[in-house]
Design a protein. Structure first.
Length: 218
């Protein structure tokens, strides 16, 4: 999952980046201008949006997103703690609103909920044949046996299982693993796919030439 963090405070931004990178692919920007650039260039799964930014109010960009019917979940992170502020944020189109300061575990829990909703999977487990994924625990099981996966393979499999049965492009998978403007070698993605197939069985991950990859139940 690819998250875009829009936060101008250096200390908080660094702390959030460290927290979130343990679970997701994250790009951090500090202005609305950079937020628009990143959003236009990549397929973002969730936006974490501060409101008081150097070049404007985050609500103005949120309104633009909703006016153009962008469905990406937006979680506002703001020190504005008045009821009217929270209502305005939600009415403008935010999917959730978290007042600073907040507990890291609560932030992670709210992110998990929004990502499950985006995938249309509100349940506690996602199943593709004998492969199961528990988002809350970030745990994979194959035939009821836990899978021990390195971080990159875990990120890759998370993207594939959340889009199970659908083709995921090479560009999107590379972006999820390394972010925008990465210098990853052209063979790097294939190395991770090969490693996953060794664990899952090669028939579970289909290659569609010129399109991408698809996770299926064999």
């Amino acid at each position: 999952m690819y998250l875009l963090l829009v936060e101008d405070d250096l200390a908080l931004g660094r702390a959030l980046l460290k927290l979130l990178q343990g679970h997701y692919r994250v790009d951090w920007v500090r202005t609305l201008r950079d937020a628009r650039t990143h959003f236009a260039a990549a397929e973002v799964d969730l936006v974490l949006l501060d409101l008081g930014l150097p070049d404007g109010d985050g609500l103005s960009w949120l309104q633009q997103l909703r006016n153009t019917e962008q469905p990406v979940p937006v979680l506002i992170l703001s020190a504005r703690d008045q009821l009217d502020d929270r209502i305005q944020g939600l009415d403008t189109g935010a999917d959730d609103y978290l007042v600073k300061p907040f507990e890291p575990d609560e932030l992670l829990a709210r992110i998990r909920v929004l990502l499950r909703r985006r995938a249309g999977r509100a349940g506690a487990v996602i199943r593709v044949g004998e492969l199961c994924f528990y988002p809350d625990r970030r745990q994979f099981l194959l035939a009821d046996q836990p899978l021990e996966l390195p971080p990159k393979e875990q990120q890759l499999l998370t993207v594939l299982i959340m889009a199970a049965g659908k083709v995921v492009s090479r560009e999107r998978l590379t972006q999820q693993l390394y972010g925008l403007g990465n210098g990853a070698d052209s063979n790097t993605l294939e190395v991770h796919i090969h490693a996953l197939r060794r664990q899952l069985g090669k028939e579970r991950i289909q290659t569609l030439r010129g399109q991408g990859y698809r996770l299926v139940a064999p």
